[in-house]
Design a binder for this molecule. Structure first.
Ligand code: MG
Length: 379
């Protein structure tokens, strides 16, 4: 039996994790949940899984038929992350944004296995998190489809035999538009991802390709791979979820339908594989295409490599400027192309180089940048 904690349980990844727990009651018991603002859905989920501890996003909570331990606001995220009662505990971090960082840190210190869907954790604090994972001897398993694919392709292989990781990208909702055609595009169109149904922030990040930039950074940390050995490639069908090329010329690829239940199940059961009821990939008629992913068309991808080359606090600068800009776009405060302009300005600000890279500064600088940008464009 694995004892599950899910941070961000009402989001897309959280709900799909709950599906797997629901369908495998002998394998998983839900112990802790953090829930967002949708109290009706929160009530339904809490009553079904009866967790011991619950954290609510705000000060409001639904009426329940039993009394779990309850917390409110940011404190609750930490309380659920550090709650510890069983041996075999798994913490699924499905939070969005920088708010996912400290819960990951607390869960590592509580010696839980970390299943990570929150990208920002590794993007802003990859070195620090890796240090903690080593110190507390916990497993850190990716949930993102690309990293799950790479992890699966790496099984049984030697690290120094890897020539490169090849991360596939669908191209996002505007992949068929030229740069010129991106002027004035609407939020509603940006939120329509061609292949995946996901939360709004990651769907915008896919349209700008910042999502792929983040995935490059995550892959760098997850698989100890230098940036020169991480490539991205446009693959519109989203059937090949990523690949690993080896020194002998072999390329291993992971194929499957676009269904996040698959990588979630792999992460929850890692290093084992369990049966999963998903649509099966029909190999007949498959028509796979691969193209160069242009950094001119998608400058945010270039910005991610640039921030990575500066390193240290610039990872946080990259993420925070993106987080603020996407939020402004989703609230109709700026245009789509303003997102990349705002990020460009921040990552080229040399002042940040003076700031030491540590957890406290990563969080402080992140919120300072987010607040500054929101204030500047938000009114
Ligand atoms: Mg992904």
């Amino acid at each position: 039996m694995k004892y599950l904690y899910i941070a961000g349980s009402l989001g897309s990844i959280g709900m799909q994790t709950l599906d797997i727990a629901r369908n495998n009651p002998n394998e998983f018991k839900v112990i802790g949940l953090t829930v967002g603002r949708n109290l009706e859905l929160a009530k339904k989920v809490i009553e079904e899984f009866k967790p011991e501890i619950v954290a609510y996003r705000t000060n409001e909570k639904p009426e329940l038929s039993y009394k779990p331990i309850e917390y409110f606001g940011d404190e609750g995220l930490i309380k659920v992350s550090e709650y510890k009662k069983y041996d075999n505990e798994v913490f699924v971090n499905a939070l969005v944004g920088i708010s996912g960082l400290l819960p990951t840190v607390s869960a590592i210190k509580a010696r839980k296995t970390i299943c990570l869907a929150n990208k920002e954790t590794l993007v802003v604090a990859g070195d620090l998190i890796k240090g903690l994972v080593k110190e507390y001897k916990v497993d850190l398993v990716p949930i993102d489809s690309e990293h799950s694919a790479i992890l699966q392709c790496l099984q049984g292989e030697k690290h120094d035999e890897v020539k490169r990781l090849i991360i596939t990208a669908s191209g996002g909702s505007f992949r068929d538009k030229t740069r010129e055609e991106l002027v004035g595009v609407k939020k509603e169109a940006a939120l329509k991802h061609p292949n995946w149904s996901m939360g709004s922030k990651i769907t915008i990040d896919s349209a700008t390709m910042m999502n792929k930039g983040f995935e490059v950074i995550e892959a760098h940390y997850l698989f100890d791979m230098p940036y020169e050995k991480i490539d991205t490639i446009l693959h519109k069908e989203s059937i090949v979820h990523s690949m690993v090329e080896y020194n002998d010329g072999s390329i291993k690829a992971h194929l499957g339908v676009s269904d996040m239940h698959n990588p979630i199940s792999y992460a929850l059961n890692y290093p084992k594989r369990e049966k999963l009821e998903v649509n099966r990939l029909n190999l007949f008629g498959l028509n796979l295409h691969f193209e160069e992913l242009s950094k001119d068309r998608y400058p945010c991808l270039e910005y991610a490599y640039y921030a990575a080359s500066k390193g240290g606090i610039y990872y946080a600068v990259l993420n925070a400027s993106n987080e603020a800009a996407v939020s402004l776009f989703l609230n109709d405060k700026i245009e789509f192309l303003d997102i990349e302009r705002i990020i460009y300005e921040e990552i080229h600000n040399d002042e940040y180089a003076k700031i030491d890279y540590n957890l406290e500064n990563v969080i402080r600088v992140s919120y300072e940048i987010i607040n500054k940008i929101i204030k500047k464009y938000g009114d």
